[in-house]
Ligand binder design. Sequence first.
Ligand SMILES: Cc1cc2nc3c(=O)[nH]c(=O)nc-3n(C[C@H](O)[C@H](O)[C@H](O)COP(=O)(O)OP(=O)(O)OC[C@H]3O[C@@H](n4cnc5c(N)ncnc54)[C@H](O)[C@@H]3O)c2cc1C
Length: 246
Amino acid sequence: MIDIKTKGVRDGDHWIISGEKCWITGGHYSDFLICTTRTSEKGLSHFIVDREEHGYESRNIEKIALNSQSTAQIFIAEARVPHTNMCGEEGIGLKNTVKEFEMARPHVGLLSIGLMRAALEETIAYATERKQFGKVIAAHQLVAAKIAEMATMLDASKLMCYRALSMIDMGIRCDLESSMAKWFATEAAVKVCRDAVQVHGGNGLTKEFNVERLAREAIVIPIPDGTTEIQKLIIARGLTGVSAFV
Ligand SMILES: Cc1cc2nc3c(=O)[nH]c(=O)nc-3n(C[C@H](O)[C@H](O)[C@H](O)COP(=O)(O)OP(=O)(O)OC[C@H]3O[C@@H](n4cnc5c(N)ncnc54)[C@H](O)[C@@H]3O)c2cc1C
């Protein structure tokens, strides 16, 4: 069972919602939440909870990267939310969440693709400029191999994300393809951005070169929207019909 503790209790035309959320994207600057709420022992429902009208508090969580967005802890204490703020039918929150993830995961993959593309461009520029042992470092075979691997991982990630997104466009369910794209592209970004730092040598560790930031950004993205480990469990369950979650 999904371990959602934020709870809603029906009170006439309203629901009284209480709980705490962690890691909520955009949460600290939000005017409203789409809040997954336990509305029965087995059922989850989504509500729009308005910061001003119904009241919730937030706290920004400082992260090592991905700071273009806030990631927040949210506190909801007995917010009185009208039943009309329920999104969709009562009790179908889990189904909706799974459907949302199918869409969100290849989009996180696209974020990885942006990071990898920047890392590759910076690496090619640096490796064709920096000289060691009498030639540009791109002419050393181990550096050349890194560049080839980076480009190939970027390309494979792109193809996997585009496949999942085109299936979504065509209205074809693609939970597996979406999970494959998410784990592969985000872990590829960690490796590619780390290799970009390596090719930059000492310079790669400084704030004077962009690759240190790319490496920090990359390390964040295998976590949201289901970690790499969870994606693998979803893929294996889809293939075998056997759940290895618990
Ligand atoms: C930047 C960012 C933005 C986010 N935005 C949102 C958001 O908007 N809304 C939202 O609801 N959440 C959001 N999250 C939360 C995110 O979905 C969770 O952080 C993520 O699912 C992991 O959960 P956790 O942090 O509790 O780690 P845990 O579940 O404690 O996992 C810790 C480690 O154990 C592993 N693990 C856990 N269970 C298993 C298992 N069964 N088998 C094998 N390994 C396992 C995990 O893979 C991980 O490596 C965000 C997180 C981040 C970092």
